[in-house]
Design a protein around this ligand. Structure first.
Ligand code: 2YH
Length: 259
């Protein structure tokens, strides 16, 4: 998944409001309700310590402040440590954090120090976006298309198989595709198949991964992808409902999954 930029994180509250509205309309639940139902959890009095990490490409402007906004929006208490890295970790634990959140260029994790649950953003994001797609109330069948079988797509595909959906998936990487066939029993999808879907979970870091031949009119596309895989003109022509947002939904899923 691409590294987030400060620009991606602008207007988070507006993006959250828009996505909440779409999620409620197409699934009957907002993001909070989807996370509660997905994990069967609700925030108690957990305190979340957010640690800036300087490794690799370093600190991303707006990243930890966006996390604090999300943590507090979903009803947790949170704080950003004054220092980054190991010193920040020591500070977070010393100040009584129950959950630690931190990210370098490869892994973004939430770790609940009380119950020992740990999750990566890849898995939590894959699961929640796949779950949103699968909740489409106007779906024409239990067939669902997963585009991209990297860490996010694979986690979502696995969730959908466990939920009893007929999962079709594609990925240009033949090894990824074969792994999903062997381990999850998904159906490989090829655009020559002429099969169209009412539910699509897109999990690639590429634009224009969704073509006209793949989707039914008024379908639901759920994607954390930056950039968006759905070309705007196709979205408009097929009147697609699109759930897409760079950080909040995945982070909400991380938090609810570790409490
Ligand atoms: O953006 C990232 C990674 N690509 C993981 C994203 C998963 N969706 N990491 C953020 C790095 C944050 C930085 N180290 C900071 O400000 O602490």
């Amino acid at each position: 998944m691409a590294l987030l930029t400060p620009e991606d994180l602008e207007n988070l509250s507006m993006q959250l409001e828009e996505n909440d509205e779409i999620a409620r309309r197409v699934t009957g639940l907002d993001i909070r309700g989807i996370c509660e139902s997905l994990y069967g959890t609700e925030p108690g009095s957990e305190k979340v310590g957010i640690i800036p990490i300087t490794a690799g490409n370093g600190i991303i402007g707006n990243f930890t402040s966006s996390l604090l906004y999300i943590v507090e929006y979903f009803g947790f208490e949170g704080f950003i440590t004054e220092h980054p890295d190991v010193t920040g970790y020591y500070e977070a634990v010393s100040r009584g954090a129950d959950i630690i959140m931190m990210a370098d260029d490869h892994i973004f994790t939430a770790h609940n120090l009380r119950n020992e649950k740990i999750v990566s953003n890849h898995v939590a994001t894959g699961v929640v976006y796949a779950d949103i797609a699968s909740r489409f109330q106007e779906a024409s069948s239990k067939d669902i298309l997963v585009i991209g079988l990297g860490r996010v797509g694979y986690a979502g595909a696995c969730h959908l198989v466990n939920k009893g959906f007929n999962v079709y998936a594609c990925d240009p990487n033949k090894e990824f595709l074969q792994k999903a066939v062997d381990e999850l029993g998904i159906n490989p999808y090829c655009s020559d198949d002429r099969k169209k879907f009412s539910m699509v979970f897109e999990a690639t870091p590429n634009a224009d991964t969704i073509s006209e031949g793949m989707i039914e009119e008024r379908c639901l596309v759920s994607t954390p992808g930056i950039p968006c895989g759905l070309p705007p003109e196709i979205g408009k022509k097929y009147r697609v409902d699109l759930v897409m947002e760079p950080l909040v939904i995945g982070v909400a899923s991380m938090l609810y999954s570790v409490i």
